[in-house]
Design a binder for this molecule. Structure first.
Ligand SMILES: [Fe+2]
Length: 333
């Protein structure tokens, strides 16, 4: 692969059996600077996602089903740019800092400027306190093999505030778009009132409550549809059920309040802002959480890299998927 414009190199490293590739950007190549402009798109009058922007984390909000808000579908030109191959993979890199209204992008990401502009135009319209927020960019483009997901995970939310966040912060909200295999969302109430955030894995309980309903509340946006969700919007990637590999481009822009410093090893550094975070290795496995329901289907309460008994899968073996339906008939959608 030819080196992308504005990219110096990819650094690779590993911890606890996980491998990471982190792009190192050239701070001599001028960045792309974006600023929000007026957005005229129509937005819903009543959406719990809009109601809760800038509010403090409240577990009870899970009882209110969340339907992601549509920002529309990418037009042909936007989609042609968005899907260009050889996009550099990046994880949670800040492209906006608190108290700054500029979005600074390494040139490497020029193909995504149209999408990001659409997102920030809406963000600055719906969030009067945008000055208090970071915007973290994630891009993942790759072939998705038959029978796999691009990012294997349980049903989950982005921005869950577990025991580490005490006191609780303002919640995040997140824009995403996939050109193919759009994410599945579960538009149903969730009840975690009997769970303890110091003891229980809430994502496994999300698996269990989705499985209770046999996935009947599953909803997917259109391919190339930009959507907005918040930290109470339960979702999961979808499997490539075709017999051929699918080339997928996925983008996420997460808005997180100023206390939410994403200093996890593997996240990329943006050289166009002056900051120096000590990066730490942190993941959910370290917390030693357990399932609230100990008698549910075992696939609902193991990590994807574990077998049904909780033992690590050998390299190359397909990841464990949560059994969310009593039938495996994928035609039921
Ligand atoms: Fe997610």
């Amino acid at each position: 692969m030819e080196k992308a414009d504005g990219l110096l190199r990819m650094d690779t490293f590993a911890y606890r059996g996980k491998n990471y590739e982190v792009p190192i950007f050239d701070d001599n190549a001028p960045p792309i600077i974006l600023k929000a402009s007026a957005s005229a798109i129509s937005l819903p009058n009543t959406s719990p996602i809009l109601r809760c922007i800038n509010s403090i984390w409240n577990l009870k909000e899970f009882s209110c089903p969340r339907h992601p808000i549509s920002l529309g579908i990418l037009n042909t030109d936007e989609l042609n740019a968005y899907t260009k191959p050889d996009a550099v993979r990046v994880l949670d890199m800040p492209i906006k800092m608190p108290d700054c209204d500029e979005y600074r992008l390494p040139r490497t990401f020029s193909q995504f400027t149209g999408v990001i502009q659409r997102i920030i135009d809406v963000e600055h319209r719906i969030n009067p306190q945008h000055a208090d927020y970071y915007a973290y960019l994630t891009i993942d483009q790759r072939w998705v093999k038959p029978g796999t997901l691009q990012r294997e995970a349980p049903c989950h939310v982005d921005g869950f505030q577990g025991a580490r966040w005490n006191p609780k912060c303002r919640i995040n909200h997140t824009y995403t778009v996939s050109d193919v295999l759009p994410t599945a969302y579960y538009i149903q109430p969730f009840d975690f009132s009997l769970l303890d955030e110091c003891i229980h894995d809430f994502f496994w309980e999300m698996n269990a409550q989705v499985a209770d309903t046999n996935e009947v509340h599953r909803w997917q946006p259109q391919p190339a549809e930009i959507t907005l969700m918040d930290c109470y919007t339960v979702h999961r990637g979808v499997e490539n059920t075709s017999s051929s590999p699918v080339f997928r481009t996925w983008l996420r822009l997460s808005f997180e309040e100023r206390r939410r410093v994403f200093d996890r090893l593997g996240n990329a550094h943006n050289p166009f802002f002056d900051y120096n975070w000590t990066m730490v290795d942190r993941d959910i496995e370290q917390l030693g959480l357990c399932a609230y329901r100990t008698t549910s289907d075992p696939s609902l309460r193991v990590f994807p890299w574990q077998d049904l008994s909780g033992n690590p899968l050998p390299p190359g073996v397909p990841k464990t998927k949560p059994q969310l339906r009593k039938t495996t008939d994928e035609s039921v959608k």
